[in-house]
Ligand binder design. Sequence first.
Ligand code: CO
Length: 135
Amino acid sequence: MPAYRIDHIGVAVVSIDDALDVYGALGLEVAHREEVPSQKARTAFLPVGESRIELLEPMTEDSPVAKFLAKRGPGVHHVCFSVDDIEKALEDLASRGFRLLHRAAVAGADGKKVAFLHPDAGHGLLIELSQAAAP
Ligand code: CO
């Protein structure tokens, strides 16, 4: 179940619309916007090659993204790797002793199944896994 590509890089920002200036200047466009109630965050996905940038903006002060901004400031929040079989990947990581935020995949944007490793597992990088929705 090796990760086979970077699905997206999540970037925490104070305002998606303000952040679009630099991505627009790079020729990137928003393909998809979505509110993620579980994260109390708005997201915007900007395709770049076979990967994407995911901008994350908090909707409330107690959003995990708001807490991230308060603690670390705007910047890279997580990297998401695509895997073929997310349940198998989680089982494998758990069996190797890695801490997981999700023992089972949850519903993510685009109908994908996603899960996060515990931040401590990634040596400073929050790692998200995703499995594409069945066609
Ligand atoms: Co993400």
